[in-house]
Design a protein around this ligand. Sequence first.
Ligand code: NAD
Length: 358
Amino acid sequence: MSVFASKGYDDHEAVLFYNDATSGLKAIIAVHDTTLGPSLGGTRMWPYASDDEALEDVLRLSRGMTFKSALAGLNLGGGKSVIIANSHKDKSEALFKAFGKAVDSLNGQYIAAEDVGIGVSDLEIARQVTPHISGISEGNVGNPSPATAWGVFNGLKAAVHYRLKRENLSGLTVAVQGLGQVGYGLCRHLKDAGAELVVADIYDQSVNRAVQELGAKAVSVKDILSQDVDVLAPCALGAILNDDTIPTLKAKVVAGAANNQLAESKHGAMLKNRNILYAPDYAINAGGIIIISHEGPRFDRQSAMDQVAGIYDTALRIFERADQDNRPTAEVADLLAMERIASVKAKKAESAKMKLTG
Ligand code: NAD
């Protein structure tokens, strides 16, 4: 395994490997960029098939966090951690304390939060040994998923306004792939706004709940992406927009919560060529990180959620610039994030120079 030659390596500031034989912890923490502030990002617990796969995941996800926070206007950098283990079998108090020590060794350069396979109670154990944990009950933020769902809903509304010229969602048809914490929350907002839902999940229980509580129409996991609907909202896994699926899409807008929806960057251009408006994933799923950035003794949920709703304007800014520059929306999101980081870097360099010259 070579870190520097890895596909996902992109000038990461630090990549640290942790092993604790007593608890069985095997973890990697990647700090991508701290220009804007300490790196903050979730901890993923996953039984990776190989160490290389875990490394690629943490490198790619930590870079994504840099872009997400930069675009959301937060003073946070990008980081992420992975614990190589099965979240259904391998959790223990000792493991999360060992993980907490690993996080603590970075002295606040990395702050952990929840991600796939990790819940609030897991991080509360880690919090006993390090203050560098967010998204827990302390500070009153708790689970950030409802804020993520609210942000995705606002980003989706912006895309519908821009592409379909519709101001309200009444009668709009939306296919939602994945009815987990975010997908189900998004469905509730859509239902309240009068949209009609088509849903799929690998768990029948979640699907039945959406049918009963929200009047959703259930379709198979295989068919959800190609539904004849106005909007497709991917809220399950990444890489679902690819060579095979893009030609089958019938929706005119893609706006969902899942991270890394484009299998490769060329798929952003493929969507554009099909005149499908893609709301870049990290631009509209930033609600969780935004609410976490408000954590602290003076936490005010309403003002945090108001900032999350600002994702509507961020999305519009991306769509407008994409049209002006004739570029895919995903490229424009990257560009806007990089512009913000570059301008802060330039200001820091300038003030360092001023200090030197007295
Ligand atoms: P979750 O695990 O609660 O939900 C995912 C759901 O997708 C589950 O119900 C699962 O059964 C379903 N699913 C998995 N494979 C599927 C398939 N092939 N077809 C249909 N359904 C499938 O996760 P979540 O927290 O709701 O996150 C959803 C997505 O949003 C993830 O990609 C996550 O990385 C991203 N995201 C989440 C947050 C957050 O605050 N939770 C923030 C940003 C991004």
